[in-house]
Design a protein around this ligand. Structure first.
Ligand SMILES: NC(=O)c1ccc[n+]([C@@H]2O[C@H](COP(=O)([O-])OP(=O)(O)OC[C@H]3O[C@@H](n4cnc5c(N)ncnc54)[C@H](OP(=O)(O)O)[C@@H]3O)[C@@H](O)[C@H]2O)c1
Length: 323
């Protein structure tokens, strides 16, 4: 491990700011921290004033690790600039969805498949926010009892759409969601595919299969946006390979890496409590035969994005992991 690394954060939005905060909170060995965005400016991030630079190829000279938290798609930050960063010697950790399902790109949630990092060819993908918290919860159950089927309904916060989502909730901005978000629930996150599933629902299916190395696992998702600022919640129905008892399921969850297990049904986790916390909170566990029903909650900007990305960087450089 070097003494310190030159790190770039591309994007000064909600995830970019949390990346800056997590790098510092987890004491990642930093030599230099550059924040890059579309336009140069001074910005207050995590209580400190940063000179934000323009994200252009030359800005990656000398960078060891580049976290991408800009826009997605053909003209987005990662597609345009990740190859430039890699060609200059950086390892890219991408928060967007552009490369997640590329067979050449590891898709990593360290509690589940940390070893996948080793196969990287310069780029490592972070999972979708709703997928990450679900696989952290599913992985120990899969290891112990085997998985047959997963059915999930999500209750997703507006900060999952970045700053514009927060503006839709707080200021009534109208061009973000297909219907008003305040006082509402919108069961349509992303575009609808030919099979009727939205992009968010398809991400949950395909990414879960890849991260858990279960390519045929049946995963049925319904993704819903709700008027919560931060913290995604999920109701998950899990069919296991064999019958299980409540006690053995609780024992597995109590000791699962990354899981903060709320003891009994009365002590259920909520997004307000998960917001600002790095873990995945699980509660309301019920068991019948080979079916487990549970509720899980996590901060979409932290475990769903920044915390997971910094954990990946820690595993790359062998830095001590911090909860
Ligand atoms: N929000 C979540 O919960 C979450 C969770 C997991 C993954 N993600 C992913 O993380 C990424 C960032 O999300 P966010 O919520 O932080 O969005 P956001 O609040 O809208 O911020 C986006 C930031 O990216 C910058 N940016 C956009 N296009 C760029 C480009 N071509 N080059 C350089 N910078 C560019 C913007 O720069 P300017 O400020 O200069 O306009 C802005 O600072 C997205 O890919 C998103 O899908 C988000």
């Amino acid at each position: 491990m070097q003494e310190g690394y030159t790190v770039a954060v591309v994007g000064a939005g909600l995830v970019g700011e949390r990346l800056v905060a997590e790098l510092r909170r987890r004491e990642f060995p930093l030599k230099e921290l550059r924040v890059l965005a579309r336009s140069a400016r001074t910005a207050e991030l995590d209580g400190e004033t940063f000179e934000v630079g323009v994200a252009e190829p030359e800005a990656f000279e000398g960078v060891d690790i580049a976290f991408f938290a800009g826009t997605e798609g053909e003209k987005g930050a990662a597609v345009q600039l990740a190859p430039e960063a890699i060609s200059r010697g950086a390892i890219v950790i991408d928060n967007g969805s552009d490369f997640r399902l590329d067979p050449e790109v590891p898709l990593v949630v360290p509690e589940v498949n940390a070893e996948a990092v080793e196969a990287h060819k310069g780029l490592i993908a972070n999972g979708n926010c709703s997928t990450i918290q679900m696989v952290v919860t599913l992985a120990p159950i899969a290891r112990e009892f085997g998985l047959k089927k997963v059915v999930v309904s999500t209750y997703q916060a507006v900060s999952g759409s970045g700053r514009s989502g927060v503006e839709a909730l707080e200021n009534g901005r109208e061009d973000v969601y297909p219907k008003p978000i305040l006082g509402n629930a919108i069961p349509l996150i992303g575009g609808v595919g030919e099979d009727g599933y939205t992009t968010e629902e398809t991400k949950m299916r395909e990414e879960t299969r890849k991260i858990l190395s279960l390519p045929d696992l049946p995963v049925f998702a319904t993704a819903v946006r709700i008027p919560v600022h931060t913290g995604h919640s999920e109701s998950v129905y899990i069919e296991t390979e064999r019958d299980v008892s409540l006690e053995e399921v609780l024992e597995v969850l109590r000791t699962a890496p990354g899981v903060k297990f709320s003891g009994d049904a009365a002590d259920f986790p909520t997004p307000l409590e998960a917001a600002g916390e790095p873990g995945t909170f699980v509660g309301r566990v019920r068991v019948e035969g080979n079916v487990i029903s549970l509720w899980c909650v996590a901060d979409n900007l932290l475990k769903g994005a920044a915390t997971n990305a910094v954990q990946i960087a820690e595993s790359l450089v062998g830095a001590a992991a911090r909860v």
